[in-house]
Design a protein around this ligand. Structure first.
Ligand SMILES: CC(C)(COP(=O)(O)OP(=O)(O)OC[C@H]1O[C@@H](n2cnc3c(N)ncnc32)[C@H](O)[C@@H]1OP(=O)(O)O)[C@@H](O)C(=O)NCCC(=O)NCCS
Length: 186
């Protein structure tokens, strides 16, 4: 019997990814207070997998775990920062599901509405196609999450359909609208 295929590893980019306005980089020590603020936001903990981070100590422990998962090639979790000030704006990540890049993201309330999530999604998709060699990247947005759907559409993702009670989020089952972009999409 042939050995089971080894899933590909997600390698770190050699340099931060940037479009001149934002940069996708590793998390840095000075991001800790902003991450704590993200964990205390009304929407981020409810709509994403960011865990409960109750203190700066918890944030640091979470960052260690994030770095470990990336070292192991299991998932990429980038900080989204302002290219000029290096200030944290949000986060975007990718893991592999059936050979596809499954993406998630959030931005801090103070950073919303200026295109940061859309720029981050475009940059991450480009990296997934060009550097990781993926042919499909996808994301799941809850039907009520219109801002996230708008981000997906602006970044060239197509809405493919509603997956009912598809994923577990903070102890509840959630419906997911599947959005995807293929390498050859315009
Ligand atoms: C969704 C989220 C990442 C968007 O971040 P952002 O940095 O504001 O995104 P952008 O500025 O790139 O684009 C936001 C778009 O959504 C639109 N939008 C915002 N709130 C909206 C709403 N309630 N209904 C419809 N559209 C909305 C904005 O007008 C903008 O579109 P436009 O450029 O056509 O005007 C941010 O709101 C967030 O972090 N929410 C909580 C976590 C979350 O939902 N993550 C995604 C899980 S699938």
């Amino acid at each position: 019997m042939a050995p089971a295929a080894v899933p590909p590893l997600i390698e770190r980019p050699l340099a931060p990814l940037t479009d001149g306005e934002i940069v996708l980089r590793l998390f840095e020590e000075h991001d800790v207070p902003a991450l704590l603020a993200a964990a205390r936001d009304r929407d981020i903990p409810r709509l994403t997998n960011l865990p409960e981070l109750e203190s700066e100590e918890w944030v640091r422990a979470w960052l260690e775990r994030v770095a470990e998962l990336w070292r192991d090639g299991a998932r990429a979790n980038f900080a989204v920062a302002d290219a000029a000030s290096n200030e944290l704006l949000g986060s975007i990540g990718l893991r592999l599901v059936d050979g596809n890049g499954q993406i998630w993201y959030w931005t801090l309330p103070v950073a919303r509405g200026r295109g940061a999530a859309t720029r981050a999604l475009r940059l991450l998709s480009g990296w997934a196609f060009d550097d990781l060699g993926l042919t499909r990247v996808q994301l799941l947005a809850e039907p009520e999450n219109e801002a996230s759907q708008r981000v997906a559409a602006k970044a060239g993702f197509q809405r493919e359909g509603l997956l009912r009670s598809y994923f577990e989020l903070k102890g509840r089952r959630a419906d997911g609208l599947m959005y995807a972009r293929l390498r050859d999409d315009p």
